[in-house]
Design a protein around this ligand. Structure first.
Ligand SMILES: [Mn+2]
Length: 306
């Protein structure tokens, strides 16, 4: 990243997940002073709140169609920011929003004739279901599939040809709950998955470096989609779909340091925080601390290069 120039966008969308509480994520992190906290990590950074992205709720349309409307509104915003060289930091909201946020940034790069940025997907899940394979039918488990060009009703229209990401430049980090249909898609597209078990066994540093070598082998631009459920529910209970066996607070801290320090990060999502199921703000605090570490490391890397 250059001298960090970041705009925070809230997406209070919860309909793509299993619990509506994720819609309160943007409100919660603002209440906990996200802008002030991120600004205080860096001296010369520009970090501003650009408000919420909203979609009008329409009765009688499917959940996939509703989430697609949110994603479309978000895509327009992230494409405009990325077109000006600004890094969007999108606060969810459920993870369906990645189909809009990342597609917008990819589209901006596509429009300039630049290489499409790689994607580091930090999540207990891989979100590689389609509406045909999903056991739950929840759209938040389909966003990566739509971004990779699989057919997902409505969401793939939002992504479009210009918003697609490159399967050879995607790495999943921290996955530990993969459905059979998702496993098939992973094999068909030959996607790189570094599970939480891999991380526990081989250490954060080795796995994160291996993942970064895929998404940004020579410092090329890349996007980070961070689902807070990658952290173990013992420490981060405030999520929609908790899966045991996740990262410890120290492991996510180390991860964020390495990822931010790699440089050339052009988009950040931070999603799936559910203030309603959180206990004593543990999860919102961990999400904020993770973002502080990520931004601080990115800023330090940028000033080293100057
Ligand atoms: Mn997840």
């Amino acid at each position: 990243m250059r001298t960090p120039d970041i705009r925070i966008l809230g997406v209070p969308m919860g309909i793509g997940g299993g619990k509506p509480g994720t819609a309160m994520g943007p409100w919660k992190v603002r209440e906990m002073a996200i802008v002030e906290r991120l600004c205080s990590t860096l001296e010369d950074a520009v970090i501003e709140d650009a408000g919420d992205v909203l979609a009008e709720e329409i009765e009688g349309i499917s959940r996939l169609e509703q989430t697609a409307r949110w994603c479309e509104a978000l895509k327009v915003r992230t494409m405009a920011l990325a077109g000006q060289g600004i890094t969007p930091l999108v606060i969810g909201g459920d993870h369906t929003l990645a189909a809009g946020s990342l597609a917008g940034v990819a589209s901006a790069h596509h429009a300039r004739g630049d290489m499409i940025p790689g994607v580091l997907w930090i999540d207990a899940h891989v979100d590689m279901n389609t509406h045909e394979t999903s056991p739950s039918g929840n759209p938040h488990g389909m966003s990566a599939a739509a971004l990779l060009g699989l057919h997902v009703d409505h969401l793939d229209d939002v992504v479009g040809a210009a918003g697609r990401i490159d399967p050879t430049r995607v790495a999943f980090l921290g996955a530990r709950d993969i459905d059979p249909g998702e496993q098939r898609h992973i094999e068909e597209l030959d996607l790189a998955v570094f599970s939480s078990e891999d991380i526990h066994e081989n250490g954060v540093e080795r796995m994160v470096r291996d993942a970064l070598r895929i998404v940004s082998p020579d410092g090329e631009p890349f996007m980070v989609s961070f689902d807070v459920d990658v952290i173990d529910p013992r420490f981060a209970p405030g999520v929609d779909t908790a899966v045991p066996g996740g990262l410890t607070p120290r492991q996510i801290e180390e991860t964020m340091k390495l990822v931010g320090g790699h440089g050339s990060m052009v988009a950040i999502d931070a999603v799936e925080l559910n203030p309603e199921t959180d206990v004593d703000e543990q999860t919102s605090e961990l999400m904020l601390r993770s973002l502080e570490t990520l931004v601080r490391a990115a800023g330090a890397e940028a000033s080293d290069r100057r």
